[in-house]
Ligand binder design. Structure first.
Ligand SMILES: C[S@@+](CC[C@H](N)C(=O)[O-])C[C@H]1O[C@@H](n2cnc3c(N)ncnc32)[C@H](O)[C@@H]1O
Length: 235
């Protein structure tokens, strides 16, 4: 399917079948979407309850002394970590001021927050686990996915893990208004969100490219029976 939209080139939109956008183009969408609606999407997706965290909690997170949640949203994963009894150091990066203010208020001193883009984050203390959940990698265009993964891997201690979630690239995500071989656009009243869903082969290729010493791809079903994957990259 071709995706065609009538917008100016400098607005980073579509040219023929090519979607040209960068991660920053999604920031208005997250700043504007009502938190309750965003949470509702997690409920529809079946992972509002943190079933993604449960897949990795016992084997990876329970034994970690520090976890960095990148693009933490409204704190869905952080909540599950605390509910599971995690007592190690928790750090979260979130670019949206609205989400970050919400989480600061909700979790107060249980989590150290950085309201910035991950591009600007300076990691002074590498962590055992970097979490990048709810298809966060799709927030970057294909040509930048390996480099953002490389950046995230630099936040891991030797022996640490980068844990991330994706949906299958064969499934069109909900709410999208245009979809074109793994690239999507969701035009909403809150702004436009862009994404690129990597395939398993691409993820394995990125892992190799950035020097991961191990990769596990774990399929799981959310509580609304949606098929997703957790990928665990060791460093
Ligand atoms: C799909 S949501 C995932 C939320 C959360 N990880 C979860 O699992 O519930 C993506 C989040 O990443 C944030 N985000 C996107 N790009 C970012 C960046 N460059 N730096 C920091 N946060 C970013 C968005 O603001 C949004 O809250």
């Amino acid at each position: 399917m071709g995706v065609h939209m009538d917008k100016k080139e400098d607005e980073n939109i579509l040219k023929g079948d090519t979607i040209a956008w960068i991660n920053k183009n999604n920031s208005d969408y997250y700043e504007n979407i009502p938190l309750k609606l965003f949470q509702h999407y997690a409920i529809i997706g079946g992972f509002e309850n943190g079933c993604d965290i449960d897949v990795v909690y016992d084997d990876y997170i329970a034994r970690a002394s520090s976890v960095l949640d990148v693009g933490a949203g409204y704190g869905r994963a952080l909540q599950r970590l605390l509910d599971r009894g995690y007592t190690g150091k928790l750090i979260a990066i979130e670019r949206s001021k609205k989400f970050c203010d919400f989480m600061r208020n909700k979790f107060s001193n249980k989590v150290e927050f950085f309201n910035c883009s991950v591009d600007d984050f300076i990691c002074e203390m590498p962590v055992d686990i970097v979490l990048w959940m709810w298809s966060n990698i799709s927030e970057w265009p294909q040509h930048q996915q390996a480099s953002i993964l490389k950046r995230l891997s630099s936040f891991c201690k030797p022996g640490g893990f980068l844990i991330m979630d994706t949906i299958s690239h064969l499934i069109t995500p909900i709410n999208v208004t245009a979809y074109n071989t793994q690239s999507y656009v969701a035009e909403t009243e809150y702004g436009t969100a862009y994404g690129y869903i990597p395939s398993l082969d691409e993820i394995n290729g990125y892992a190799k490219e950035i020097g991961a010493v191990s990769v596990k791809n774990i399929p799981y079903k959310t509580s609304t029976e949606r098929d997703r994957f957790i990928h665990i990259l060791g460093f």
